[in-house]
Design a protein around this ligand. Sequence first.
Ligand code: FAD
Length: 520
Amino acid sequence: MNREQIWELIAQPWDIIVIGGGITGAGVLYEATRQGFRTVLFEGNDFAWGTSSRSGKLIHGGLRYLRQGKIKLVWDSVRERERLLRELKGLVNPLRFLLPNYRGERVGKWALGFGMIIYDLIAGRRYHRYLDPETLKTFAPHIRAEKLKGGFYYLDALTDDARLVLRLIQDAESMGGVALNYARVEGLCRARTGLVEGVIVRDLVTNKTIEVRARIVINAAGVWADSFRVQLGRNPKLRPLRGSHLLFPGWRIPVALGISFFHPWDGRPLYILPWEGLTLVGTTDVDHREDLEVEPRIQSNEAEYLMSAVKYLFPFLDINENDVLATFSGIRPVIGTGKKEPSKEPRDYAIWDENGLVTVTGGKLTTFGVMARSAIAKARRRLPEPKPVKIKSSIKNHCEEFIHLDEDLQMRLLGRYGEKVLDLIHSTKSEELENIPGTSTLWAEVRWAVEREKVVHLDDLLLRRVRLGLQLPQGASVILERLRIIIQPVLGWDDARWQKEVERYMRIWNSAYSPALIKE
Ligand code: FAD
């Protein structure tokens, strides 16, 4: 369905309207559609535009939450990790981790080991082991050797966060769900009783507005969720906390496994991950006091904090600011409890049913399934008897059609495109099944995205459908001309529109993703 067709369809009443197309909203759309509810999702920017394309990409239990006694959060997260590893192979992949243990650190071997045991008990499998310093160094030869006592080996999982959102939306759409990007919810419609019974939506492409009704409105607008609650006279509850990351070319900080370690300045846990051919370093946790309508960006003190951690952990790699390929920052929707230190704020999710508006926020990328199921359960009494949809599992039967591809590539495509993988392969010229040089992304994925994945702007393509804007120098500007040949005919952009899109994309990239930001 194209935008016009979707727009005509949405005027009818729905069971559920979802506000927000990040992981939380996409999870609700998927789960509600699967349970048989007629559901539509409105995203005011692009799908995954918010925090859900700017996370640490980990599908993880969160070892650090054990220290805070957050057993329920870790329980949910580890169980979800195991489920996603089973159900979304190729998109959610196991990631082996090292946690080096240095003399003088605040958290010692026994406390860490206790956490590891609980982690494995929840998963129902033993993944962890303790390594002596020599063995640990064979896995991570470049890490600091001084005062290294040994360390733990354990398992978590890694994903492409924006693709996870898109996969949920794609699967929900195949079951009859509807999702529209650049459809901003501008207000809530309320009955005389005060009960929320719909929303006013503006199509940012045509500037048209429309009122859409539903039995339930689920507010999954992440850090922006309070803006709807405030319209109902409720007090804001969210504390926006920014986290920033640095991306390095993989060859510059070569890591085969994830490394979890404590910052030498304040003992906060950080991670260094191999992701999409890059090395990702994160993250910070600071109050975000800037305007929420402006794309978040790394601040120089955050960059200094992350760079010092990298230099500390890899003292002989001679890393400096010029090695950074890209940066990005996201804002956590954290339920504020008044803790002085941002990192001490709990990462639990919350669900509030206020005047018929069900808000689901907080939580983590990892826990989207639990959040979605709980939000729908909360709204259940105002919904009709569901007719669960049978999930098709036809993909495996057709695997032989792309068996000629490299096994990792098969998994990548299966994970990202699910049951659409065969359509993608059949609609692709064989030369487009090649990687874009320097990345793990195929030219075919670019074509598929512009043809089938509701790309409205160039930044939708380069920052979220594929991640070329993060993977290649200068936001992938060197391949823009080659991309233009694919994009212009499909999207019907003339040269003037192309130029405007390039300017818009470079403006966004320079203001929120550029490595130059760390020097400002
Ligand atoms: P968002 O992704 O922000 O989505 C909300 C959406 O609502 C946005 O796209 C926005 O455009 C839309 N919206 C807002 N207003 C409107 C409107 N008026 N109309 C329509 N749409 C609207 N979790 C993990 O599990 N693992 C990690 O490794 C991890 N790392 C993280 C690292 C950082 C730095 C941060 C900040 C978070 C991290 N998290 C991680 C947490 C996780 O990323 C977030 O909890 C999650 O992405 C929040 O998703 P969301 O859908 O609730 O919000």
